[in-house]
Design a binder for this molecule. Structure first.
Ligand code: ZN
Length: 388
């Protein structure tokens, strides 16, 4: 849950990492502002002869100092030195090379002392780093520490928190490649309300409380699908293999046949990647409505028909697009291979039988905007009473 949304999580902040990132702000202040009151106090107590980066924990450290020292590594990993007068930066211990992946010197210490500063690298013959005249006239800026996570090279809690998450996931086995990486990115791009995106995310994570999943958790319940009573209710069955689902997909405006030998997540990714925005919206809404009507069956003992589910999804998308202005220009792809979503015209019919022997019936035709363009009604004598 604490992972970023594009990494398959919900973007919640982990308390531990966020606390470290906040403490890192104090480290940054001590590193870049040794002349501040806080910097002077800590320097006089814990590192009177060296810099903050060389400081040790010391004898009987305060709680504040221990906390700051515990996250100093966040700063050293996420930043590097900019060379100025070369009086602060040590050749082998500090990050000062321009490369982001290899910011420190890794060669063996052979000639110079391991604690020598970058200033000792000045070539006396070529004068490229030790031009006495220039140093005597010009005053170079002091070495300064740069933060890699922001464009202005200044520490931010947000980027430090992100860096901590990246570092931790590097240590996890199998974390280098998530086959669903593309899926997580696409889910949150769909132009639908967040509650539907959240539902799609739970579906892709296979954490919906289907009967199959509840049984895996140890609940003693009947695991059979409540719609068809034929198989165990898994996400794959409920949204693809169940007859009710198949009828719903086919009766929808998408007119889909459920693909064989395809996982639900693969099918979902195919639709999320389409440039047919309206089709993607409808696809996701049908999934959502399938789950909604499944719950109606389970908890309210209702029995909606597949066309009802398809029409409910279509009406929802239509209403959403009319009430919520598009933030981005809709990308429509009129590829002949992609199904075309037609706006539905609605035909409502009704009839009744009366004890007097008459059967009235009527119909109403509505266009996609809900305007009635045809209606009719008639009353006929009931054939049963007529034949008797
Ligand atoms: Zn079923």
């Amino acid at each position: 849950m604490a992972r970023a949304k594009v990494k398959g999580g919900m973007g919640f902040r982990g308390v531990s990492d966020f606390n470290k990132a906040l403490l890192g702000k104090n480290c940054w202040r001590l590193l870049t502002g040794e002349e501040s009151l806080m910097g002077k106090v800590f320097k006089s107590r814990y590192h009177p002869r060296g810099s903050f980066m060389e400081a040790k924990l010391g004898f009987l450290p305060s709680y504040a100092w221990r906390s700051i020292m515990s996250v100093r590594e966040v700063i050293t990993k996420g930043g590097k030195w900019r060379i100025g007068n070369r009086e602060k930066v040590r050749i082998w211990h500090d990050n000062w090379l321009p490369s982001v992946s290899n910011p420190c010197v890794k060669s063996q210490v052979k000639i110079l002392h391991q604690d020598d500063f970058v200033s000792t690298l000045i070539d006396q013959d070529t004068k490229q780093w030790n031009k006495d005249l220039i140093f005597s006239v010009c005053r170079l800026p002091v070495d300064s520490f740069l933060w890699n996570g922001e464009k202005d090279s200044t520490y931010s809690v947000r980027s430090a928190y992100h860096q901590l998450g990246v570092d931790r996931r590097k240590d996890l086995p199998g974390s280098s490649h998530d086959p669903n990486d593309k899926l997580w990115k696409e889910i949150w791009r769909v132009n639908l309300p967040n509650r539907i995106k959240n539902f799609i995310w739970r579906l892709a994570k296979n954490i919906l409380p289907t009967r199959g999943n509840l049984c895996k958790k140890g609940l003693k319940i009947d695991s059979v699908c409540p719609l068809c009573f034929n198989e165990v209710e898994t996400s794959q069955h409920l949204f693809m293999d169940c007859n009710i689902a198949k009828l719903t997909w086919f009766s929808s405006s998408l007119g889909l046949h459920v693909p064989q030998n395809s996982s639900l997540n693969n099918w979902l990714l195919c639709w999320l990647k389409r440039k047919d925005t309206l089709g993607t919206q409808l696809f996701c809404s049908i999934l959502w409505k399938l789950w909604f009507f499944r719950n109606q069956v389970v908890f309210k003992q209702l029995s909606p028909s597949p066309p009802d589910i398809a029409i409910a999804a279509l009406n929802f998308v239509d209403e959403f697009n009319r009430t919520v202005p598009r933030q981005k220009k809709q990308r429509q792809n009129h590829n002949a291979a992609s199904p075309v979503v037609h706006r539905a015209h609605t035909i409502r019919v009704d009839a009744g039988c009366f004890s007097e022997g008459f059967t009235p019936f009527g119909c109403v035709f509505k266009d996609s905007s809900g305007n009635i363009y045809f209606s009719a009604c008639k009353k006929e004598r009931d054939f049963r009473s007529h034949s008797s």
